[in-house]
Design a protein around this ligand. Sequence first.
Ligand code: SAM
Length: 226
Amino acid sequence: MSELEKNFNKFKEITREEFFIAKEIKEHLKIKDTDAILDVGCAGGNLSRSLVKDSVNITFLDVNEFDFSPQEKFIHASFEEAEIEDKYDFILTSHVWGHFYRNNSFEFCYRKAHDLLKETGKLIVVHNSNKDFTGKLIDFSKTLFKEIEFDVFLDECLKSETYKEYYFDVNLKAETYGELARLVQVLLVVPDELFYEKVGEMTKYLENNLERPEFSINQRLLVIEK
Ligand SMILES: C[S@@+](CC[C@H](N)C(=O)[O-])C[C@H]1O[C@@H](n2cnc3c(N)ncnc32)[C@H](O)[C@@H]1O
């Protein structure tokens, strides 16, 4: 397992991000157990699983392989290439739009998600707003690394849409600045060999800019009608 993967698991554990995202979604949306859900970029699938009683009506999709039980429907493909015939009540896209943006497939994926919704269906988007400290951290990281994969959502897509938006925070808290620097790798998706060359500089930056080894990550939930 790479350090990035280990840090990803630790990041999820510390922030309890999936719990807070699910809480926010449940607060603003009524999802019935009979609703068909497509979870795009599902990773282990915990987020969509936590929205309903059981996973029978969820289709999980990820470009990487994850362990799903034989009863669960997992499409192992990129969203761009996946051939999907069903239509969905909800399409969940949490922390995936930065990947589409970097693949130059943002607009293609946005249209594809819309096309896969039922007439009354809703597209759920969750992404880091990159406001507050996260934005500053990204600006600093651009000076350290040639390429970083921070979360992105292009608001141009929303121009003629009917949608609602909600903001919420999750907290990333470490014991030391060094530990926090390693966890920041998850927000930047920089490969191990490049990230660890600069981890000392990242630690210094965090020490100089935070009172404690912790900061909030502001996120936006968008609920977009078809
Ligand atoms: C940051 S994780 C988000 C996981 C989960 N949705 C969440 O919010 O916790 C991004 C996921 O998107 C997947 N992914 C990246 N590019 C993708 C693509 N083009 N099509 C489908 N999945 C993709 C990655 O493999 C990864 O599991």
